[in-house]
Design a protein around this ligand. Structure first.
Ligand code: NIG
Ligand code: FE
Length: 404
């Protein structure tokens, strides 16, 4: 039974009190058995029955729950550095999308790639993410946009879940944009998503969630409602890309449908905030996407103060957020989104686990939860996020095994 001792500062991130309350224990120890946490507390109180067991030394450093990236588009073909440069020269994300670039350019590249190629590319990302302290990754489809191509991406996620150590949570995002074959026939594409794709995904048990890009340029509120209602009926939990580039009552729809989360929200309205607070929908802040699309970031402070759980994620994808660096997203959530480091830490652990409805087993360091944690070379969360630098994660433990 392994014991991790000499933890200077243990951020348990228990789901109690405000987002600011990370419930730290100083001079702490953690004991786990296989993949499950057995005991957590001050090292001075470590029961003698655990003293003879395999000991790891945290060297007085900080230990946090394994980070949960609750919003990524992990599987994609190609990259889009050309669009990054165009945006820096003044082109807007939407203009690029309207001229056939954007999501559709990645759809072309993803359709060309084999399942094996996509698997290998995503495996490399996951390995690098583990080195940052990440132990759970939500992964969306959405670059296939046909029944076969969407299933291909979701099968890659299933294989990743089986063959590599991080926890993978899959989301079906067939309603990412209208594919070129359905130009001028959007109703038919919505029908295809509802009548063929959702049942196929649900029957093969290839996803837990169904997401929609609710946006002027993608799917209307009415279409999103139709798709997510059908998804719910098939047992997939709704999620939304909401109010990202234009205000569109996406947050209100998330509340109406009882979605697990509404993500982006840079253009959320006051009514949207109230609706989410009342319905208990998690807000997912994606500060890397705000930065790369050059829109004003979401003010997380306003939501947290209203009692909404504010998760922080990367949105990793080749267009609007080409980085999987979750600690960087946390730093931006503070500097540009007004969260405190403690709030950003809960945002990337227990609140993110709630956005994935996995907070019963993931996202905090408590007896009975999965043994996922990271040893970080910092005395506490404030110093960690303030003195931001690469290679801060010295050890990642996932399901009780040392990965990094
Ligand atoms: O979350 N908003 C829609 N989807 C992605 C962007 C995907 C892309 O640009 O390829 C996002 O930002
Ligand atoms: Fe996204």
């Amino acid at each position: 039974m392994p014991v991790l001792k000499n933890i200077g500062y243990l951020a348990t991130c228990r789901d109690e009190g405000k987002q600011q309350d990370i419930h730290p224990v100083r001079e702490a120890a953690i004991v786990w058995q296989k993949d499950t946490i057995e005991w957590v507390g001050p090292e001075a109180e470590l029961p003698s029955r655990y003293t003879g067991t395999e000991t790891l030394d945290a060297g007085g450093r900080m230990v946090i729950p394994g980070l949960v990236d609750c919003h990524t588009h992990l599987v994609f073909g190609g990259w889009r550095p050309d669009e990054f440069v165009l945006r820096l020269q003044g082109k807007k994300y939407l203009e690029i999308a309207q001229s056939g670039g954007g999501i559709l350019s990645t759809v072309r590249a993803t359709r060309k790639a084999t399942e094996q190629e996509l698997f290998e590319k995503a495996s490399r990302f996951l390995e690098a993410m583990a080195a940052l302290g990440i132990t759970t990754v939500e992964c969306k489809s959405g670059y296939g946009l046909s029944l076969e191509e969407e299933l291909k991406i979701l099968r890659v996620y299933r294989r990743l879940a089986e063959e590599q150590p991080l926890h993978i949570v899959s989301t079906f995002l067939g309603a990412h944009t209208i594919p070129p074959e359905y130009e001028g026939k959007r109703g038919q594409y919505v029908d295809l998503v509802i009548r063929e794709m959702i049942p196929a995904v649900a029957n093969a048990d290839l996803a837990d969630f169904c997401d929609v890009f609710t946006e002027e340029s993608a799917f209307t509120i009415g279409e999103s409602r139709q798709i997510l209602t059908a998804a719910k009926g098939a047992g997939l939990v709704p999620k939304l890309h909401a109010d990202q580039l234009s205000p569109g009552r996406g947050a209100e729809l998330a509340a109406e449908l009882g979605a697990a989360s509404a993500d982006h929200l840079e253009k959320i309205s006051g009514a949207g905030v109230e609706a989410m607070a009342r319905a208990g929908v998690v807000a997912v802040m994606l500060p890397l996407a705000s930065l790369y699309t050059q829109v004003r970031p979401l003010n997380g402070r306003k939501l947290a103060d209203r009692g909404i759980d504010v998760a922080v994620a990367t949105d990793f994808n080749p267009g609007s957020a080409p980085s999987y660096d979750l600690p960087l997203a946390m730093m931006l959530a503070c500097n540009r989104g007004q969260l405190t480091p403690a709030e950003a830490l809960k945002g990337a652990t227990i609140c993110a686990a709630k956005a994935l409805r996995r907070d019963d087993s993931l996202g905090s360091i408590e007896k009975g939860k999965i043994a996922d944690f990271a040893v970080v070379d910092a005395p506490d969360p404030d110093f960690w996020i303030y003195h931001f630098r690469p290679d801060q994660c010295d050890m990642t433990i996932c399901s009780g095994e040392i990965l990094h």
